[in-house]
Design a protein. Structure first.
Lengths: 244, 244
DNA sequence: ACCTGAACACCGTTCAAGT
DNA sequence: ACCTGAACACCGTTCAAGT
């Protein structure tokens, strides 16, 4: 009873939330011959995103690319934020889920690597949109693929669940750290200056962890951080498998 | 030589990048008796953030709270993005790094729990700012604390490095997923409808992983996902320790 | 039924003019 | 040297009027 009331009140759920996706999947799309469509808007948005970055991804820029007015888009999307959510999930669709027959470990490693590749490719899902993905149809496919691998390896449903979320959490976190703010890649220039600044601070203070291992930490490559971190996680997962 | 040129050209590094932090730490602050200061601006920004959320955190709103004009803030910050970065790192300062003497595992567990608590407390560092933190002074303290624990447990510098990054990546990723978009918490309402929608899709398609384990997956609480995921990761880390 | 284009209410940022 | 406040160039979004 109480629940029904809540459902009524929450008429406009946040874009990207599970409520929003649920409502959306229940609504039929209305494509129009030759006219605008959500699909065309998303495609144009991704083009703008690739060319102009996240800041350049404005409603106006997308409408201009489509040769129409900005107001027209609001017949297919409710807000810019909705557009970001749709673009974010759409990007996840590029992850190649594939090739059965490998070991569970090779399968998950491939999934992690693929997801990372796709996320690093677009300047969107990063920073701004990490919370914007995760509940859409393409995110669901990722979850499904990971669950399948773990179940096939003999894991319990609960262990497969937590292994799946741990893997996804790790990949998204790692990608977010690797990028600079706004989703742009981190350039290597002046990295040296930063290293020296951090090490100088460390040696002057009680940051003994950094004093002792800071040089190693700051020299680690993004690839090392990702693949060695993945190994640690996969080792932990392996302990949950029956024939370990 | 080439490096010097790069340094010259990169005169305005992205806020939040290591270059930016390095430049910033080298620049002296100029506090003014009774006047504006970066410190006061950050404090006001966090108040606005808490009250109005990330969207409400505008330069104008912060200046209004400080009883001044929006233009005045630009004497202390170069842009809104800089402000977001500063706020993001400042929030991390609330993490209580503490209490030595525990086992490495208890120490890291506490650090993870604390970091999660702080991140979930503020509506900023999430979504928008996950890429905005990680290189500032308070992020550095987190890294230092984790490195110290691992080194004390007998880990090599490299293993300690990758264990540290894996832990931070996981926590940031888990927090980002737990939030809805824009950093707001996920309400529970209509979750049921989403579950049913996903399960309906799964049973109609080839998403056999979700078909078999979807109910368990979708019923998992955020706390379970976090703590069980942390266990997996810590088990993997434990394998890197000498007296395992 | 859909699109247009003009308008509205905001933004972040700049900069002359003040003090 | 710092602050003001007005202005500029944008936004996202709405909505009458068209077709």
């Amino acid at each position: 009873l109480d629940w029904v009331v809540t459902q009524r009140v929450e008429a406009n759920p946040d874009p990207g939330s599970s409520q929003w996706w649920a409502q959306r999947s229940a609504r039929p799309s209305r494509p129009r011959q030759g006219g605008l469509s959500t699909r065309r808007i998303i495609d144009a948005a991704i083009e703008v995103l690739t060319e102009s970055g996240l800041d350049g991804l404005t409603v106006r820029a997308v409408s201009e690319r489509l040769g129409t007015s900005s107001g027209s888009l609001y017949r297919h999307i409710a807000s810019r934020e909705e557009l970001l959510v749709l673009v974010g999930d759409d990007c996840l669709g590029a992850v190649r889920l594939g090739e059965h027959g490998f070991s569970w470990r090779a399968g998950i490693e491939t999934l992690m690597r693929e997801l990372r590749r796709v996320l690093l490719e677009h300047p969107l899902p990063p920073v701004t949109a990490i919370g914007h993905v995760g509940r859409g149809p393409n995110a669901i496919k990722l979850v499904d693929a990971a669950l399948r691998v773990f179940l096939d390896a003999g894991m319990s449903e609960r262990d497969a669940t937590f292994a799946t979320t741990a893997v996804l959490d790790f990949v998204f976190g790692a990608v977010s750290f690797q990028r600079g703010p706004k989703g742009r890649g981190v350039t290597g220039s002046m990295q040296h200056e930063y290293r020296e600044a951090v090490l100088a601070i460390a040696s002057d203070s009680e940051l003994t962890g950094l004093r002792d291992a800071g040089r190693t930490f700051l020299a680690a490559s993004a690839d090392d951080v990702f693949f060695r971190g993945a190994e640690i996680l996969l080792d932990g997962i392996a302990l949950r498998l029956p024939r370990h």
